[in-house]
Design a protein around this ligand. Structure first.
Ligand code: SF4
Length: 696
């Protein structure tokens, strides 16, 4: 406990709020956005027919990548207020420029469905707040983004009736923002943010709802929440008999981790609000990662370099490293340069991408893990509840070791049957992501639990592709109950004894009559290799349904989702077959293979995959997030570049300005050889039903 916080004055915000300023509509039409930036207040009647002059179409699916593109997140202080919406694509244009929002005296920002999807970066709401935005209104709002707003003290609403009232300068009762919120969210809003609320909680001033849910059939996730439920923070009492969806409270965490995009901002919050010399609570369960930007110097655009962004970005690394050293926290850092197969010095990679290392070395069945990244659910592959949180939640967890939750509803995806040999977990996910339940946004904030024979048959590596991409579903997290495959994984990967591994998995299953709001059933045997068309991971279709040939310029095989040992097995298999046929990566195609961790890199070296990759004409690079975050070899350079990639998301601008198709490791590797998007078929196996467009 940090004693100085116990005597610190803390107050609630006033019970009526007025928003002095203009309303910015993030419209589909770039001209409408520009007119507002030039000073015009456009008419907006939510009751008028959509897409009319009185009700212009608003942008849906605004990702945090669009609110603050990756390069903007090199800043970690109030300078961010210069940049909100710089990546916002309206039609084919990006109408918002540096300083435009801040200079426009806007106080509210309005958009359509799924506001704040994608990455959990808190730089997005922080940039909005620093530009003067105090209220975000949208048809629906993604969980992490909404929580990040609340944690910072930014108001959110789905009530379009507020727009006119804001414009009239009306005082709005605070209760309108708290009416549909549970006790903790209400408290956080009332105290103007999570830190103040936590100080009030530690002082016994803020009410924390008690959970008295009687024993009931529970899902695996609910059981894990119940085991970790904080009953009394002061005495350290943890655990309740049962929880149900909607219960609110705090859960004690087993692991907290963050990377260089988030740690520095959290560190600054900690130093400013708690004190530079105060200790972090239980530093042995905190991990930092230098994974996102190790290759940045190789790909930064000249204009960004001229803006001084490389120096700004390098400060992220330095701040994280010095804070880790000061607080005694394990940092998985940047690697030294080393010699490659050709005797040349490699660029410096990372020890590991955060999700890769947390799964490889730390996550255990039954744990609660929080990370500063939307793909934290990756670790759910071994049956833990792992979820992404923002900067403020991470920084608060360094004080309290707990994190707030509202137990989400769960839905189940059952993948039956036996999959064809060229189908992977990525194909399962691209199929799931195009399901209407997901595309409509109904799954937002829920837990996706995967089950069925086809999931049981997957390795833990492949399962992690599915739990990782719970982020693209918009889910709170993804989880797969531990089983024999998990026990084997813990024994092989962690060197545990069988009895230790079994003990960890004991009792971790969903009860037969546990409650699900939806069950989606998929027949694995009917699937064919999939791609997602550029723009959104939900744009899935079968490769053989492509209306014409799609030539590619880049094939990228890596990232946390697709840089695991089994992913490397898949790339190596396809490339070895190609070499046997005397084929190589097609002329004009740049192909990159990048591991999720140094451990996977060494696995490739042990098996000779590194030679296969270089012999086939691919570039085998040190681990890092790299191209996945538009910060390493493999990014596109122009809007005409076509990339096929095994990463998890293809939102506009995610990996450069080009057109990015998502696909499985097999499809990416096969397409690299063919020079166009094709399916892969194992040597000697019969092909699918529409082979004329889709074959190697
Ligand atoms: S590899 Fe991509 S998705 Fe994974 S943590 Fe890095 S940037 Fe995020």
């Amino acid at each position: 406990m940090i004693q100085s916080l116990l005597s610190r004055p803390v107050q609630k915000v006033p019970d009526r709020v007025r928003f002095d300023g203009r309303v910015l509509f993030l419209a589909e039409d770039p001209e409408i956005v520009r007119r507002q930036l030039d000073g015009e207040d456009i008419p907006f009647d939510p009751e008028a027919p959509p897409c009319s002059a009185a009700h212009p179409a608003l942008r849906d699916n605004i990702s945090t990548d669009e609110i603050t593109p990756a390069y903007i997140c090199y800043y970690f202080d109030e300078t961010l207020g210069d940049f909100p919406y710089l990546g916002l694509k309206c039609g084919e244009e990006f109408p918002i420029v540096r300083g435009a929002v801040r200079n426009g005296n806007f106080v509210a920002s309005v958009s359509g469905k799924r506001r704040g999807k994608g990455s959990s970066r808190e730089q997005s709401p922080y940039a909005e707040m620093m530009a003067g935005i105090r209220l975000v209104i949208a048809e629906n709002i993604e969980r992490i983004y909404r929580e990040n707003c609340q944690n910072l003290g930014l108001f959110t609403s789905t009530d379009f009736g507020l727009i006119d009232r804001v414009r009239r300068g009306e005082e709005i009762p605070l209760s309108e923002f708290t009416a549909n919120e549970g006790g903790i969210s209400r408290g956080i809003i009332e105290y103007g943010g999570l830190f103040n609320y936590n100080v009030a909680r530690l002082q016994g001033k803020a009410e924390v709802p008690t959970v008295d849910t009687p024993p009931r059939p529970m899902t695996i996730s609910e059981k894990i929440f119940a085991r970790h439920w904080v009953v009394d923070a002061a005495s350290g009492t943890v655990g309740v008999p049962a929880v149900k969806p909607g219960d609110q409270g705090f859960v004690i965490t087993d692991i907290r981790f963050s990377h260089e995009y988030v740690t520095p901002m959290s560190a600054i919050f900690f130093e400013q609000l708690v004190g530079p010399d105060e200790p972090v609570n239980d530093p042995s369960s905190v991990f930092f990662f230098r994974d996102h930007l190790t290759f940045l110097d190789q790909v930064m655009r000249p204009e960004h370099r001229e803006m001084g962004l490389l120096d700004v970005a390098n400060q992220l690394e330095a701040k994280q490293r010095t804070f880790a050293a000061a607080k005694g926290i394990r940092l998985y850092g940047q690697l030294d340069k080393r010699l490659n197969l050709h005797g040349a010095l490699t660029a410096a990679g990372s020890e590991a991408i955060c999700h890769s290392k947390i799964l490889e070395a730390h996550a255990l069945p039954g744990q609660i893990i929080i990370g500063s990244d939307s793909h934290t659910p990756h670790a759910g592959a071994v049956g833990c509840v792992a979820f992404g949180v923002g900067t403020t939640a991470i920084f608060n967890s360094w004080i309290t070791k707990d994190v707030r939750v509202e137990v989400p509803k769960s839905f189940r995806v059952v993948v039956h049957g036996e999959k064809p040999s060229n189908i992977t977990a990525k194909d399962f996910m691209l199929e799931i992501l195009r399901h209407p339940y997901i595309k409509s946004g109904e799954a937002i904030g829920q837990i996706i639990e995967y089950a069925g024979e086809a999931v049981s048959a997957l390795s833990v590596d492949e399962r992690a592709t599915m739990t990782n991409m719970a982020a693209e579903v918009g889910a709170f997290t993804g989880i797969i109950a531990p089983d024999e495959k998990t026990v084997e994984y813990l024994m092989e990967q962690r060197g545990m004894s069988e009895s230790e591994a079994r003990e960890l998995c004991a009792g971790l299953y969903s009860d037969e009559d546990a409650e699900y709001v939806k069950v989606i059933e998929i027949d694995a045997s009917s699937l064919r290799p999939m791609i997602a068309l550029p723009g959104d991971p939900g744009n899935g279709m079968y490769v053989d349904e492509l209306p014409g040939e799609v030539a590619i310029d880049i094939a990228y095989a890596g990232s946390c989702t697709a840089g695991k040992k089994e992913d490397m097995d898949m790339y190596a298999r396809v490339f070895s077959e190609a070499l046997e046929r005397g084929e190589k990566v097609a002329d004009g195609v740049r192909c990159f293979i990048q591991c999720g961790s140094r451990e996977v890199f060494e696995y490739c070296q042990e098996r000779g995959y590194d030679r296969v990759f270089t012999d086939v004409g691919a570039t085998f690079i040190e681990p890092s997030c790299g191209a996945c975050i538009n910060a390493g070899p493999g990014v596109s350079r122009t809007k005409d570049d076509v990339t096929i990639s095994a990463i998890n998301r293809n939102f506009p601008g995610r990996s450069g300005p080009g057109q990015l198709y998502l696909a499985s490791p097999y499809t990416v590797a096969a397409s690299a050889i063919a020079g166009r998007i094709v399916e892969w078929h194992a040597e000697g196996e019969a092909r699918g039903s529409a082979p004329e467009l889709a074959h190697v």
